[in-house]
Design a protein around this ligand. Structure first.
Ligand code: URA
Length: 211
């Protein structure tokens, strides 16, 4: 039987929260890259296990590594404000990162050694959540979703309206916006980010999501 059919069958038989529990248990033991040596814990994700909107960030920072929850530090506080602006309930969506372990000194995760080492996990994660829309917050998240390094300006991808992620027969729209940490460094870009979130809201409405 084709692999996606097997997965679809499994998803009908096993309750989603149970699938998440098995997944989290496995992922928390991951040693696929060297980040496992310096992390305090694996920061799996936060929110509703099966939902129409999934946000992808970069990697856990210090607070996330300590608390085991993504986006709880400074960038997380700004993300909460952005979600308030967009009238999106954080608990009704799902948030995870391109890599689940904190890179030392908050450096960017390495493309081949860390982002791609965590990519099968990211694809499984997305397949479990089954979002209609995936928001790539920043360049690292977009690279993880496309599985390729992006050298050109992120703006080109932000403008696109037809970015998709396909896994077998499953398909989701990808919408790109700035990472909250970038907005902390470049507050003048917040107006642009507001427009990205207006677009996300509009798309959620078009796709008749329940958020
Ligand atoms: N930045 C991220 O990309 N993810 C987090 O969880 C926190 C900060």
């Amino acid at each position: 039987m084709e692999e996606t059919k097997v997965l679809q069958r499994l998803f009908r038989i096993i309750p989603i929260p149970e699938i998440h529990t098995h997944f989290s248990t496995a992922v928390k033991q991951c040693q696929r890259c060297l980040l496992h040596k310096t992390r305090s814990q694996v920061v799996v994700g936060d929110g509703t296990p099966m939902t129409d909107l999934m946000l992808i960030g970069e990697a856990p920072g210090k607070e996330e590594d300590e608390q085991g929850i993504p986006f709880v530090g400074r960038a997380g506080k700004l993300l909460d404000k952005i979600l308030d602006y967009a009238k999106i309930d954080r608990q009704k969506i799902y948030i995870t990162n391109s890599v689940l372990c904190r890179p030392p000194d908050n450096r960017n995760p390495l493309f081949n050694e860390e982002i791609m080492a965590c990519n099968n996990r990211l694809m499984c994660h997305i397949y479990m959540v089954q979002p209609k829309i995936i928001v790539a917050m920043g360049r690292i998240a977009l690279q993880a979703l496309l599985g390729e390094e992006i050298k050109g300006p992120l703006g080109e991808y932000i403008e696109k309206n037809d970015l998709k992620l396909k896994i077998g027969e499953y398909e989701a729209d990808i919408i790109v916006t700035y990472h909250p940490s970038y907005l902390l460094r470049q507050p003048s870009k917040k107006m642009d980010a507001a427009k990205h979130w207006d677009k996300i809201k509009e798309r959620l409405k078009c796709l008749s999501t329940r958020l």
